[in-house]
Design a protein around this ligand. Structure first.
Ligand SMILES: *Cc1c(COP(=O)(O)O)cnc(C)c1O
Length: 392
Protein backbone atom coordinates (compact mmCIF):
# COMPACT_ATOMS: atom_id res chain seq x y z
CA UNK A 1 0.00 0.00 0.00
CA UNK A 2 1.35 3.42 -1.00
CA UNK A 3 -0.26 5.60 1.67
CA UNK A 4 -3.13 4.84 4.06
CA UNK A 5 -6.36 4.33 2.16
CA UNK A 6 -4.62 3.85 -1.19
CA UNK A 7 -4.14 0.70 -3.24
CA UNK A 8 -1.54 1.81 -5.75
CA UNK A 9 -3.13 4.90 -7.31
CA UNK A 10 -6.67 3.77 -6.43
CA UNK A 11 -8.81 4.46 -3.38
CA UNK A 12 -8.46 7.62 -1.35
CA UNK A 13 -10.83 10.02 0.18
CA UNK A 14 -12.65 12.28 -2.31
CA UNK A 15 -15.55 13.57 -0.28
CA UNK A 16 -17.35 16.86 0.37
CA UNK A 17 -15.97 18.77 3.34
CA UNK A 18 -19.01 17.99 5.50
CA UNK A 19 -17.97 14.32 5.49
CA UNK A 20 -14.26 14.74 6.18
CA UNK A 21 -14.42 14.99 9.98
CA UNK A 22 -16.86 12.02 10.24
CA UNK A 23 -14.61 9.79 8.16
CA UNK A 24 -11.42 10.88 9.93
CA UNK A 25 -13.08 10.05 13.22
CA UNK A 26 -14.17 6.64 11.87
CA UNK A 27 -10.60 5.96 10.73
CA UNK A 28 -9.22 6.74 14.20
CA UNK A 29 -11.90 4.78 16.04
CA UNK A 30 -11.54 1.75 13.75
CA UNK A 31 -7.77 1.74 14.36
CA UNK A 32 -8.43 1.67 18.11
CA UNK A 33 -11.09 -1.04 17.99
CA UNK A 34 -9.15 -3.18 15.48
CA UNK A 35 -6.15 -3.09 17.81
CA UNK A 36 -8.27 -4.47 20.66
CA UNK A 37 -8.18 -8.26 20.79
CA UNK A 38 -11.41 -8.26 22.81
CA UNK A 39 -13.28 -6.89 19.80
CA UNK A 40 -12.21 -9.77 17.54
CA UNK A 41 -12.93 -12.34 20.25
CA UNK A 42 -16.45 -10.99 20.68
CA UNK A 43 -16.99 -10.83 16.90
CA UNK A 44 -15.73 -14.39 16.40
CA UNK A 45 -18.16 -15.60 19.06
CA UNK A 46 -21.07 -14.02 17.17
CA UNK A 47 -19.83 -15.33 13.82
CA UNK A 48 -19.70 -18.82 15.30
CA UNK A 49 -22.72 -19.13 17.58
CA UNK A 50 -25.04 -16.86 15.59
CA UNK A 51 -23.93 -16.76 11.95
CA UNK A 52 -22.82 -20.39 11.61
CA UNK A 53 -19.09 -19.97 10.98
CA UNK A 54 -16.82 -21.52 9.97
CA UNK A 55 -18.74 -22.25 6.78
CA UNK A 56 -17.76 -25.57 5.15
CA UNK A 57 -15.27 -25.96 2.33
CA UNK A 58 -17.05 -28.56 0.23
CA UNK A 59 -15.41 -30.74 -2.44
CA UNK A 60 -17.84 -30.57 -5.37
CA UNK A 61 -17.09 -34.05 -6.76
CA UNK A 62 -19.89 -34.40 -9.31
CA UNK A 63 -19.33 -30.87 -10.61
CA UNK A 64 -15.60 -31.63 -10.88
CA UNK A 65 -16.30 -34.91 -12.74
CA UNK A 66 -18.65 -33.17 -15.16
CA UNK A 67 -15.84 -30.71 -16.06
CA UNK A 68 -12.94 -33.14 -16.04
CA UNK A 69 -10.19 -30.81 -14.82
CA UNK A 70 -8.95 -29.55 -11.45
CA UNK A 71 -10.87 -30.38 -8.25
CA UNK A 72 -13.47 -27.71 -7.46
CA UNK A 73 -14.08 -26.78 -3.82
CA UNK A 74 -16.97 -24.54 -2.78
CA UNK A 75 -16.60 -22.12 0.12
CA UNK A 76 -20.14 -22.29 1.42
CA UNK A 77 -21.07 -18.70 2.31
CA UNK A 78 -24.59 -19.69 1.23
CA UNK A 79 -24.82 -21.52 4.57
CA UNK A 80 -24.11 -18.40 6.66
CA UNK A 81 -27.09 -16.86 8.48
CA UNK A 82 -29.32 -14.79 6.16
CA UNK A 83 -27.94 -16.77 3.21
CA UNK A 84 -24.81 -14.96 2.10
CA UNK A 85 -21.42 -13.52 3.06
CA UNK A 86 -23.04 -10.13 3.77
CA UNK A 87 -23.64 -11.04 7.42
CA UNK A 88 -19.84 -11.12 8.07
CA UNK A 89 -19.56 -7.41 7.32
CA UNK A 90 -22.90 -6.42 8.87
CA UNK A 91 -22.13 -8.09 12.22
CA UNK A 92 -18.57 -6.74 12.27
CA UNK A 93 -19.51 -3.14 11.57
CA UNK A 94 -22.54 -3.20 13.89
CA UNK A 95 -20.31 -4.43 16.71
CA UNK A 96 -17.72 -1.80 15.79
CA UNK A 97 -20.44 0.89 15.93
CA UNK A 98 -21.51 -0.32 19.34
CA UNK A 99 -17.92 -0.13 20.60
CA UNK A 100 -17.71 3.40 19.17
CA UNK A 101 -20.74 4.35 21.25
CA UNK A 102 -23.16 4.75 18.32
CA UNK A 103 -26.79 3.73 18.86
CA UNK A 104 -28.10 4.22 15.31
CA UNK A 105 -27.09 2.40 12.11
CA UNK A 106 -27.88 3.51 8.55
CA UNK A 107 -27.12 1.65 5.35
CA UNK A 108 -27.86 1.55 1.62
CA UNK A 109 -29.24 -1.46 -0.17
CA UNK A 110 -29.86 -2.40 -3.80
CA UNK A 111 -31.72 -5.67 -4.01
CA UNK A 112 -32.18 -5.65 -0.26
CA UNK A 113 -29.67 -8.35 0.72
CA UNK A 114 -27.36 -5.94 2.54
CA UNK A 115 -30.35 -4.17 4.10
CA UNK A 116 -31.61 -7.48 5.48
CA UNK A 117 -28.17 -8.46 6.83
CA UNK A 118 -27.79 -5.06 8.50
CA UNK A 119 -31.33 -5.13 9.95
CA UNK A 120 -30.52 -8.61 11.29
CA UNK A 121 -27.30 -7.46 12.98
CA UNK A 122 -29.15 -4.46 14.49
CA UNK A 123 -31.96 -6.65 15.84
CA UNK A 124 -29.34 -8.93 17.40
CA UNK A 125 -27.42 -6.08 19.03
CA UNK A 126 -30.43 -3.92 19.92
CA UNK A 127 -29.60 -0.96 17.68
CA UNK A 128 -31.81 1.43 15.71
CA UNK A 129 -31.64 0.74 11.95
CA UNK A 130 -32.60 2.83 8.91
CA UNK A 131 -32.12 1.57 5.36
CA UNK A 132 -31.95 3.73 2.22
CA UNK A 133 -33.40 1.95 -0.80
CA UNK A 134 -34.21 3.32 -4.26
CA UNK A 135 -37.87 3.53 -5.28
CA UNK A 136 -37.23 1.29 -8.29
CA UNK A 137 -35.56 -1.34 -6.08
CA UNK A 138 -38.36 -1.17 -3.50
CA UNK A 139 -40.83 -2.03 -6.28
CA UNK A 140 -38.64 -4.93 -7.49
CA UNK A 141 -37.90 -6.32 -4.03
CA UNK A 142 -41.08 -6.01 -1.97
CA UNK A 143 -40.38 -9.14 0.08
CA UNK A 144 -36.98 -7.93 1.25
CA UNK A 145 -38.62 -4.65 2.33
CA UNK A 146 -41.07 -6.64 4.40
CA UNK A 147 -38.20 -8.68 5.88
CA UNK A 148 -36.46 -5.49 7.02
CA UNK A 149 -39.74 -4.32 8.49
CA UNK A 150 -40.12 -7.62 10.39
CA UNK A 151 -36.61 -7.16 11.75
CA UNK A 152 -37.54 -3.74 13.12
CA UNK A 153 -35.73 -1.56 10.57
CA UNK A 154 -37.14 1.52 8.86
CA UNK A 155 -36.87 1.66 5.06
CA UNK A 156 -36.43 5.16 3.57
CA UNK A 157 -37.48 5.20 -0.09
CA UNK A 158 -35.00 7.16 -2.24
CA UNK A 159 -36.61 9.14 -5.08
CA UNK A 160 -33.59 11.02 -6.44
CA UNK A 161 -31.57 10.25 -9.61
CA UNK A 162 -32.09 6.81 -11.13
CA UNK A 163 -33.78 5.73 -7.84
CA UNK A 164 -31.46 2.73 -7.48
CA UNK A 165 -28.38 1.68 -5.46
CA UNK A 166 -26.06 4.52 -6.53
CA UNK A 167 -28.60 7.11 -5.33
CA UNK A 168 -29.19 5.23 -2.06
CA UNK A 169 -25.46 5.50 -1.29
CA UNK A 170 -25.64 9.27 -1.93
CA UNK A 171 -28.61 9.62 0.48
CA UNK A 172 -26.94 7.51 3.18
CA UNK A 173 -23.79 9.69 2.92
CA UNK A 174 -25.94 12.82 3.27
CA UNK A 175 -27.57 11.43 6.42
CA UNK A 176 -24.15 10.40 7.81
CA UNK A 177 -22.66 13.86 7.30
CA UNK A 178 -25.34 15.28 9.61
CA UNK A 179 -25.57 12.46 12.15
CA UNK A 180 -22.14 10.85 12.60
CA UNK A 181 -21.84 11.76 16.29
CA UNK A 182 -24.51 9.15 17.12
CA UNK A 183 -24.84 7.21 13.84
CA UNK A 184 -22.65 4.72 11.97
CA UNK A 185 -22.98 4.33 8.21
CA UNK A 186 -22.68 0.58 7.58
CA UNK A 187 -21.62 0.35 3.92
CA UNK A 188 -22.23 -2.98 2.21
CA UNK A 189 -19.15 -3.63 0.08
CA UNK A 190 -15.48 -2.71 -0.33
CA UNK A 191 -16.46 0.59 -1.97
CA UNK A 192 -16.69 4.22 -0.88
CA UNK A 193 -14.07 6.51 0.65
CA UNK A 194 -11.28 5.42 2.98
CA UNK A 195 -11.53 3.77 5.53
CA UNK A 196 -14.48 1.71 4.22
CA UNK A 197 -12.70 -0.47 1.61
CA UNK A 198 -10.20 -1.50 4.30
CA UNK A 199 -12.77 -2.10 7.06
CA UNK A 200 -15.03 -4.23 4.86
CA UNK A 201 -12.06 -6.19 3.45
CA UNK A 202 -10.78 -6.93 6.96
CA UNK A 203 -14.22 -8.17 8.02
CA UNK A 204 -14.74 -10.36 4.92
CA UNK A 205 -11.22 -11.83 5.04
CA UNK A 206 -12.59 -14.46 7.40
CA UNK A 207 -13.71 -16.24 4.20
CA UNK A 208 -10.16 -16.60 2.86
CA UNK A 209 -8.57 -17.32 6.25
CA UNK A 210 -10.95 -20.21 6.87
CA UNK A 211 -10.63 -21.49 3.29
CA UNK A 212 -6.84 -21.46 3.58
CA UNK A 213 -6.90 -23.59 6.74
CA UNK A 214 -9.55 -25.91 5.36
CA UNK A 215 -7.87 -26.62 2.01
CA UNK A 216 -4.50 -27.15 3.71
CA UNK A 217 -6.08 -29.65 6.10
CA UNK A 218 -7.80 -31.42 3.18
CA UNK A 219 -5.07 -31.51 0.50
CA UNK A 220 -1.92 -30.65 2.45
CA UNK A 221 -1.19 -27.59 0.30
CA UNK A 222 -2.57 -24.34 -1.08
CA UNK A 223 -5.00 -24.26 -4.02
CA UNK A 224 -3.76 -23.32 -7.50
CA UNK A 225 -6.66 -20.92 -8.15
CA UNK A 226 -9.41 -18.89 -6.48
CA UNK A 227 -12.61 -17.74 -8.19
CA UNK A 228 -15.29 -15.34 -6.95
CA UNK A 229 -17.95 -13.02 -8.39
CA UNK A 230 -17.34 -9.26 -8.24
CA UNK A 231 -20.07 -6.67 -7.70
CA UNK A 232 -18.54 -4.08 -5.38
CA UNK A 233 -16.02 -6.79 -4.62
CA UNK A 234 -16.42 -7.82 -0.97
CA UNK A 235 -16.84 -11.61 -1.16
CA UNK A 236 -14.03 -11.81 -3.71
CA UNK A 237 -11.57 -9.65 -1.75
CA UNK A 238 -12.56 -11.63 1.35
CA UNK A 239 -11.46 -14.85 -0.36
CA UNK A 240 -8.44 -13.36 -2.18
CA UNK A 241 -6.83 -11.19 0.48
CA UNK A 242 -5.33 -13.90 2.73
CA UNK A 243 -3.67 -15.39 -0.40
CA UNK A 244 -2.37 -12.16 -1.99
CA UNK A 245 1.25 -12.84 -1.03
CA UNK A 246 1.12 -16.45 -2.28
CA UNK A 247 2.16 -15.75 -5.83
CA UNK A 248 1.45 -19.27 -7.07
CA UNK A 249 -2.22 -18.94 -6.19
CA UNK A 250 -4.00 -17.43 -9.19
CA UNK A 251 -7.06 -15.21 -8.62
CA UNK A 252 -10.02 -14.81 -10.96
CA UNK A 253 -12.92 -12.38 -10.59
CA UNK A 254 -16.23 -12.89 -12.42
CA UNK A 255 -17.96 -9.66 -13.36
CA UNK A 256 -21.45 -9.34 -14.82
CA UNK A 257 -21.43 -9.10 -18.63
CA UNK A 258 -25.23 -8.80 -18.63
CA UNK A 259 -26.48 -9.11 -22.19
CA UNK A 260 -22.88 -8.81 -23.43
CA UNK A 261 -20.08 -6.28 -22.87
CA UNK A 262 -20.57 -4.94 -26.45
CA UNK A 263 -24.28 -4.23 -25.89
CA UNK A 264 -23.73 -1.57 -23.22
CA UNK A 265 -26.12 -3.54 -20.98
CA UNK A 266 -23.72 -4.93 -18.39
CA UNK A 267 -21.93 -4.15 -15.09
CA UNK A 268 -18.35 -5.17 -15.92
CA UNK A 269 -16.49 -2.21 -14.41
CA UNK A 270 -13.00 -3.76 -14.31
CA UNK A 271 -13.23 -5.29 -17.79
CA UNK A 272 -14.86 -2.25 -19.46
CA UNK A 273 -14.53 0.68 -17.03
CA UNK A 274 -12.35 3.78 -17.03
CA UNK A 275 -10.59 5.49 -14.15
CA UNK A 276 -12.54 8.09 -12.29
CA UNK A 277 -13.97 9.01 -8.89
CA UNK A 278 -17.27 7.65 -7.59
CA UNK A 279 -18.63 7.57 -4.03
CA UNK A 280 -15.43 9.03 -2.65
CA UNK A 281 -12.83 6.70 -4.23
CA UNK A 282 -10.63 6.68 -7.33
CA UNK A 283 -11.39 3.43 -9.09
CA UNK A 284 -12.63 1.82 -12.33
CA UNK A 285 -16.08 3.07 -13.29
CA UNK A 286 -18.50 2.46 -16.14
CA UNK A 287 -18.94 5.91 -17.64
CA UNK A 288 -20.08 7.73 -20.75
CA UNK A 289 -17.77 9.83 -22.96
CA UNK A 290 -18.64 12.93 -20.90
CA UNK A 291 -17.85 11.13 -17.63
CA UNK A 292 -21.46 10.60 -16.52
CA UNK A 293 -21.92 7.26 -14.74
CA UNK A 294 -23.48 4.66 -17.05
CA UNK A 295 -26.70 2.78 -16.43
CA UNK A 296 -25.86 -0.85 -15.63
CA UNK A 297 -27.58 -4.16 -16.11
CA UNK A 298 -27.28 -7.73 -14.81
CA UNK A 299 -29.58 -10.66 -14.14
CA UNK A 300 -27.98 -10.64 -10.66
CA UNK A 301 -29.10 -7.59 -8.67
CA UNK A 302 -26.08 -7.86 -6.35
CA UNK A 303 -23.65 -7.34 -9.24
CA UNK A 304 -25.53 -4.37 -10.70
CA UNK A 305 -23.16 -1.55 -9.61
CA UNK A 306 -21.28 0.81 -12.00
CA UNK A 307 -17.91 0.66 -10.19
CA UNK A 308 -15.69 -1.72 -8.25
CA UNK A 309 -13.80 -1.52 -4.97
CA UNK A 310 -10.46 0.31 -5.42
CA UNK A 311 -8.39 -2.66 -4.25
CA UNK A 312 -9.70 -4.71 -7.20
CA UNK A 313 -8.76 -1.89 -9.59
CA UNK A 314 -5.25 -2.19 -8.14
CA UNK A 315 -5.15 -6.02 -8.30
CA UNK A 316 -6.23 -5.76 -11.94
CA UNK A 317 -3.74 -3.13 -13.17
CA UNK A 318 -0.93 -4.87 -11.26
CA UNK A 319 -2.03 -8.18 -12.90
CA UNK A 320 -2.19 -9.95 -9.52
CA UNK A 321 -5.81 -10.91 -10.25
CA UNK A 322 -7.59 -11.40 -13.57
CA UNK A 323 -11.17 -10.39 -14.28
CA UNK A 324 -13.55 -11.88 -16.81
CA UNK A 325 -17.08 -10.89 -17.77
CA UNK A 326 -19.74 -13.62 -17.57
CA UNK A 327 -23.04 -13.06 -19.41
CA UNK A 328 -26.54 -13.50 -17.97
CA UNK A 329 -26.96 -16.61 -20.15
CA UNK A 330 -23.67 -18.12 -18.92
CA UNK A 331 -24.60 -17.38 -15.30
CA UNK A 332 -27.94 -19.13 -15.82
CA UNK A 333 -26.13 -22.18 -17.16
CA UNK A 334 -23.90 -22.15 -14.04
CA UNK A 335 -27.06 -21.84 -11.92
CA UNK A 336 -28.53 -25.03 -13.44
CA UNK A 337 -25.21 -26.89 -13.54
CA UNK A 338 -24.64 -26.56 -9.79
CA UNK A 339 -28.29 -27.24 -8.92
CA UNK A 340 -28.36 -30.47 -10.96
CA UNK A 341 -24.89 -31.77 -10.16
CA UNK A 342 -24.61 -30.96 -6.47
CA UNK A 343 -28.11 -30.23 -5.15
CA UNK A 344 -27.07 -26.68 -4.32
CA UNK A 345 -29.06 -23.80 -5.83
CA UNK A 346 -26.64 -20.86 -5.96
CA UNK A 347 -27.47 -17.14 -5.89
CA UNK A 348 -27.41 -15.71 -9.43
CA UNK A 349 -24.39 -13.62 -8.35
CA UNK A 350 -22.51 -16.77 -7.29
CA UNK A 351 -23.58 -18.53 -10.50
CA UNK A 352 -21.27 -16.12 -12.36
CA UNK A 353 -18.36 -17.49 -10.30
CA UNK A 354 -19.48 -21.09 -10.89
CA UNK A 355 -19.43 -20.53 -14.65
CA UNK A 356 -15.98 -18.94 -14.60
CA UNK A 357 -14.66 -21.67 -12.27
CA UNK A 358 -15.70 -24.40 -14.72
CA UNK A 359 -13.71 -22.61 -17.48
CA UNK A 360 -10.68 -22.18 -15.22
CA UNK A 361 -10.77 -25.76 -13.87
CA UNK A 362 -11.21 -27.29 -17.32
CA UNK A 363 -7.78 -25.97 -18.35
CA UNK A 364 -6.02 -27.27 -15.24
CA UNK A 365 -4.65 -30.76 -14.45
CA UNK A 366 -6.72 -33.11 -12.27
CA UNK A 367 -4.31 -33.07 -9.34
CA UNK A 368 -4.76 -29.31 -8.85
CA UNK A 369 -7.52 -27.52 -6.96
CA UNK A 370 -9.72 -24.44 -7.34
CA UNK A 371 -11.68 -22.75 -4.55
CA UNK A 372 -14.88 -20.96 -5.60
CA UNK A 373 -16.66 -18.58 -3.26
CA UNK A 374 -20.31 -19.61 -3.25
CA UNK A 375 -21.31 -16.17 -2.00
CA UNK A 376 -25.01 -16.89 -1.43
CA UNK A 377 -27.93 -19.24 -1.79
CA UNK A 378 -30.40 -19.03 -4.65
CA UNK A 379 -33.74 -19.14 -2.86
CA UNK A 380 -34.15 -15.41 -3.46
CA UNK A 381 -33.72 -15.97 -7.21
CA UNK A 382 -35.87 -18.99 -8.07
CA UNK A 383 -38.99 -16.97 -8.92
CA UNK A 384 -36.93 -14.67 -11.18
CA UNK A 385 -35.35 -17.63 -12.99
CA UNK A 386 -38.73 -19.33 -13.44
CA UNK A 387 -40.10 -16.15 -14.98
CA UNK A 388 -37.03 -15.57 -17.19
CA UNK A 389 -37.26 -19.08 -18.55
CA UNK A 390 -41.01 -18.87 -19.05
CA UNK A 391 -41.63 -21.70 -16.61
CA UNK A 392 -44.24 -20.10 -14.36
C1 LIG B 1 -24.33 -8.61 -2.66
C2 LIG B 1 -23.92 -9.92 -3.18
C3 LIG B 1 -22.80 -10.07 -4.04
C4 LIG B 1 -22.00 -8.91 -4.57
O1 LIG B 1 -21.34 -8.14 -3.63
P1 LIG B 1 -19.77 -8.17 -3.44
O2 LIG B 1 -19.50 -7.01 -2.57
O3 LIG B 1 -19.12 -8.06 -4.78
O4 LIG B 1 -19.44 -9.47 -2.78
C5 LIG B 1 -22.45 -11.35 -4.44
N1 LIG B 1 -23.16 -12.43 -4.05
C6 LIG B 1 -24.22 -12.33 -3.24
C7 LIG B 1 -24.96 -13.57 -2.84
C8 LIG B 1 -24.65 -11.08 -2.77
O5 LIG B 1 -25.73 -10.99 -1.97
Amino acid sequence: MTKPGYFGRFGGFFVPEVLVSSLKQLEREYATVAGDEGFWTELNKLLGAYAGRPTPLYPAKRLTESIGGASIYLKREDLAHTGSHKINNALGQALLAKRMGRSRIICETGAGQHGVATATACALLGMECEVYMGEVDVERQKLNCFRMDLLGAKVNVVKSGSRTLKDSINEAMRDYAASSNHTHYLIGSVVGPHPYPTIVRDLQSVIGREAREQITAETGRLPEALVACVGGGSNSIGLFYPFVDDEDVKMYGAEAAGEGVDTGKHSASVVAGKEGVLHGARTLILQEEDGQVSETSSVAAGLDYPAVGPEHAFLSVSSRAKYFAVTDAEALSGFHLLSENEGIIPALESAHAIHLATKVAADMPRDQSVIVCLSGRGDKDVAQVAELEGRL
